[in-house]
Write a new protein. Structure first.
Length: 146
């Protein structure tokens, strides 16, 4: 058997109905639409979602409040209490060090250090953002924010 030998089974296909091709075709004049009325017209009929004049479901449902800011920048939060347990005094806290310790997955992740917890070690913190409370705790422990 070759590709050109393939054909649909007998009776499996039929020709489409060709409308409006003269009265002798059996579908001339009104082309199967009947006489007059909304459904006989070009573009006639109710739109999808029309509910017979009743307020459509899409208009009855409440609208969602607010909006989503497309320019929002997400930061991975890390508290100073966590840095206390992970780093030794004098260490530099940056993205590479945080990836090595398993705090974040990727070096290009934006990190913000927050002020929850206590810090007793002098650390040099070099990340995208540091909160005011975290900065005061880092500097009080003898560290610095780069």
């Amino acid at each position: 058997m070759q590709l050109h030998d393939l054909a649909p089974a007998k009776g499996a296909t039929k020709n489409r109905k060709r409308l409006g091709r003269g009265n002798s075709s059996g579908q001339g004049t009104t082309a199967g639409r009947g006489y007059k009325g909304q459904l006989s017209r070009s573009g006639g009929g109710k739109g999808s979602g029309f509910e017979g004049g009743q307020m459509p479901l899409a208009m009855r449902l409440p609208k969602l409040p607010g909006f989503t800011n497309r320019n929002r920048v997400e930061y991975a939060p890390v508290n100073v209490g966590r840095l206390e347990g992970l780093f030794e005094a004098g260490d530099t806290v940056n993205n590479a060090a945080l990836v090595a310790k398993g705090v974040i997955k990727h070096e290009n992740t934006l990190v913000k250090v927050l002020g929850d917890g206590e810090l007793t070690k002098a650390l040099t913190v070099d990340v995208a953002k540091v909160s005011a409370g975290a900065k005061s705790k880092i500097e009080a422990a003898g560290g610095k924010v780069a």
